[in-house]
Write a protein that binds this ligand. Structure first.
Ligand SMILES: *Cc1c(COP(=O)(O)O)cnc(C)c1O
Length: 370
């Protein structure tokens, strides 16, 4: 990603959603080792966790929720945060005045997502409020795109890019020092390079996942392969950093004609070996994978047999006679020649990478390995 965005733009690692399931505490030091010095979180709560995890004085920026009561805390710790309405602006200014330290704010501008941000008719008032307030340091101006990962949003994104530039210029002309301009998420940076500006807020790609298949196709066609004929052979420049593993809990034999697990969704047709694996929907293993997902055991695919339970799945290891209790089970990741990708979990939603990752509960230990 650094190579793609160039040396002049800051690469902010987005670590909301517990670092997309990777664990903020485990991920932040690894990112810092790679030279990252800027982290974006959603909430003040996440900023607290991030603050404990950073060791290089990295910058932390809150892009979303910060309750009024947390604003003084953020200011005291030098944590920057989005301001997207006058309520937040006033709370920030007052707190900063009381504390005697400037609030580092990023003004979020509404450009077409219609979620948060200052709208067109609030701009005049915004200029007055910011210019008249010595307690606010405008560190940046930001906006967010309405789905840069899908080509059907092309026109909407183009309009947003133009409007964002226009609004930034407008602010500058009125004497507002806007700091850095930033708008790109992973998909925007990868498919609309003009959105890279002064900083890129990249989440999913830094964990090695494509925002969507479309983004991947577009990127490979434009940057890393010889054309459409080559696309299937082009190596993906992204490397997934997480794998998810457990061990076989127990194995037993089931004779032909028996139902396996709850209900009657799975019946053995031959003498079978069924392994129980201590992972279920309470761990974020999707229930949709009942009778359709698979895990890796001894370098081979073992299909899920029956329904995904709350804490367990049963998998068919009839074809893997050497499998035994205690063997490693790969839920996501590589084992031998085989790989389970997050997107192979299910093809049902284009945002599934994101959803599956963040549903891996925080209490499962994250271990950094070489
Ligand atoms: C989540 C988020 C990002 C990062 O998105 P990715 O698609 O994971 O790169 C960037 N900006 C904002 C405001 C976000 O909420």
């Amino acid at each position: 990603m650094k190579g793609h965005i160039g040396p002049d733009a800051i690469l902010s690692s987005v670590i909301k959603g517990n670092a997309y399931g990777h664990g903020i505490k485990a991920f932040v030091p690894l990112a810092e080792e790679c030279g990252i010095r800027h982290f974006s979180v959603f909430s003040a709560r996440e900023a607290q966790v991030a603050l404990e995890a950073v060791t290089h004085g990295s910058v932390i920026m809150i892009m979303g929720h910060i309750g009024d009561e947390a604003v003084p805390w953020a200011i005291e710790h030098g944590i920057s945060f989005y301001v997207f309405d006058f309520h937040r602006l006033q709370i920030a200014a007052e707190a900063a005045g009381r504390i005697g330290r400037k609030a580092l704010v990023h003004l979020e501008l509404e450009t077409g997502l219609n979620r948060t941000g200052f709208t067109e008719d609030e701009m005049e008032r915004l200029v007055k409020a910011v210019r008249g307030c010595p307690d606010l340091a405008v560190t940046g101006v930001a906006t967010h795109y309405a789905g840069a990962e899908t080509v059907s949003n092309y026109l909407r994104i183009q309009k947003q890019i133009a409007l964002f530039r226009e609004k930034c210029l407008w602010l500058q002309k009125r004497g507002v020092n806007i700091g850095i301009m930033h708008s790109a998420c992973s998909a925007a940076a990868l498919t609309y390079p003009e959105t890279i500006m002064d900083m890129v807020r990249s989440g999913i790609a830094l964990y090695g996942f494509w925002p969507t298949g479309e983004t991947k196709m577009y990127y490979l066609l434009n940057y890393s392969c010889g054309g459409e004929d080559e696309i299937s052979k082009a190596p993906s420049p992204l490397r997934r950093v997480m794998s998810w593993k457990t061990r076989i809990m127990s194995i037993h034999d089931v004779s032909p004609g028996q139902f396996v697990g709850y209900g009657n969704t799975c019946m053995t047709t031959v003498s079978s070996r069924i392994a129980s694996v201590p992972i279920g929907y309470s761990h974020g293993f999707p229930r949709d994978l009942s009778n359709s997902g698979f895990v890796l055991i001894c370098g081979r695919r073992a299909p899920v047999a029956g329904l995904v339970n709350m804490n367990m799945i049963l998998v068919d290891v009839t074809g893997i006679p050497e499998a035994s209790t205690g063997d490693e089970v790969v839920i996501i990741g590589r084992q031998g020649e085989q790989e389970v990708t997050v997107s192979s979990f299910s093809e049902m939603s284009q945002y599934l990478n994101y959803e599956v990752l963040v549903q891996i509960p925080a209490h499962i230990p994250r271990i950094a390995v070489d």
